[in-house]
Design a binder for this molecule. Structure first.
Ligand code: NAD
Ligand code: UDP
Ligand code: UDP
Length: 354
């Protein structure tokens, strides 16, 4: 298995003689696709802090340059505007493949308060998940890099087993409105395993459960970002359906720790990466009220089609094999996200006002 490369320090690299000669860890060259997005940019922060050389490939579909702005002047960092649907030639040791239009912005609200769910980017979802993943696997093959796929708990669909274990095959409607995301990731997992089994590529698969934190898109339609932005703007929090459906919310730093352990470890996976703390949407609304504004109102809206009724990761496998488990509970993580949203929402307003 590929390990961190070591090199012998020679005198010309150590002219002052202050650093004792010997083995020094050579920094890793890491590609992060989707690295200017929410999760990707937090991962990039950790890799940069570790001393790696990091290349971000992103088409800025949902990601923002702002998220990685603080690295732009660092010679160890490189940002490439590129769509992974097109082939690319790079030389790296590891590939974290996150690029994917991941947020449910395709669910649009119309003025008469009826949900019309239609796909603005269904084609794009599939193309990125299928062709984009194929290209990154082809890249991994050519340069013999280790490849990590960020899959999703959505591969379990509307699950008939609870909590979800990695061995559960899922319950996905292949022709439903959500299927381009769910099935897109399922295909990406299949491709990843095909390259692993057929071509001996070193791969890792993470199945990520709902994650929140600073730098989430303000208006991407996900529940935590919606509730937080709504409560801050003194708008009612929109609860879809009866609000009794459940999700398990993981703070982004826990996820990044899990992704890095998975990449560095010796197990292919798939591994669930999520926080087993399970909340109904009404309970989540209560946590947001307690954190931001006890008087924040709730407004019920019709639910979207094929909405999974419940979701909660079984993390015994990843805890046993990678020694990972989340450490930030919702009530501790949410305030960190709220201060970031506060600054971005009211900072923007001030800019607009002046
Ligand atoms: P995000 O939208 O913030 O990040 C995705 C990034 O990929 C963005 O920067 C976007 O511009 C980029 N991108 C999209 N299509 C691309 C393309 N064709 N070429 C190049 N770049 C492209 O979303 P995120 O929440 O950070 O998600 C990161 C990964 O984690 C995704 O693969 C997502 O499916 C997975 N995931 C996230 C969650 C979650 O709750 N955040 C849950 C499950 C899985
Ligand atoms: N690919 C890429 N960069 C590389 C190597 C391959 O983008 O450095 C793309 C390539 O264009 C192809 C895909 O990855 O579309 C799969 O490559 P692979 O070599 O596995 O398949 P083949 O080209 O033999 O069909
Ligand atoms: N949801 C909600 N209000 C919102 C946005 C979402 O009640 O403003 C619900 C949605 O119906 C779903 C849950 O929150 O049951 C999680 O939705 P999200 O899109 O965040 O994640 P996913 O469904 O992909 O797990």
């Amino acid at each position: 298995p590929r390990r961190r490369a070591f090199e012998l320090h020679s005198d010309h690299l150590n002219p002052g003689g202050r650093i004792p000669l010997g083995l020094k860890a050579k920094s890793m060259r890491v590609l992060v696709t989707g690295g200017s997005g929410f999760v990707g940019s937090h991962l990039v922060d950790r890799l940069m802090a570790r001393g790696d050389n990091v290349i971000v490939v992103d088409n800025f579909f949902t990601g923002r340059k702002d998220n990685v702005l603080h690295h732009l002047r660092n010679p160890r960092f490189e940002l490439i505007r590129h769509d992974v649907v097109e082939p690319i030639l790079l030389e790296v040791d590891q590939i974290y493949h996150l690029a994917c239009p991941a947020s449910p912005v395709h669910y649009k609200y119309n003025p008469v308060k009826t949900i019309i769910s239609f796909f603005l980017d269904g084609y794009c979802d599939h193309k990125t998940n299928v062709v984009g993943t194929l290209n990154m696997l082809g890249l991994a093959k050519r340069i013999n890099a280790r490849f990590l796929l960020t899959s999703t708990s959505e591969v379990y669909g509307d699950p008939l087993e609870h909590p979800q274990v990695e061995t559960y095959w899922g319950n996905v409607n292949p022709i439903g409105v959500r299927s381009c995301y769910d099935e897109g990731k399922r295909v990406a997992e299949t491709l990843t395993m095909d390259y692993h089994r057929g071509l001996n590529i070193e791969v890792r698969i993470a199945r990520i459960f709902n994650t929140y934190g600073p730098r989430m898109c303000l208006d991407d339609g996900r529940v935590v970002s919606n509730f937080v932005a709504q409560a801050l703007r003194k708008e009612p929090m929109t609860v879809y359906g009866d609000g009794k459906q459940t999700r398990s919310f993981q703070y982004v730093s826990d996820l990044v720790e899990g992704l890095m352990r998975l990449m560095e470890g010796e197990h292919v996976g798939p591994f669930n990466l999520g926080n087993p703390g399970e909340f109904t949407m009404l309970e989540l609304a209560k946590v947001v009220q307690d954190t931001i504004d006890p008087n924040a109102k709730i407004e019920f809206r019709p639910n979207t089609e094929d909405d999974p009724h419940k979701r909660k990761p079984d993390i015994s496998r990843v805890t046993e094999l990678l020694g990972w488990q989340p450490v930030v509970p919702l009530r501790e993580g949410l305030p960190l996200m709220v201060s970031d949203f506060q600054q971005r929402i009211f900072g923007d307003l001030k800019e607009g006002d002046s």
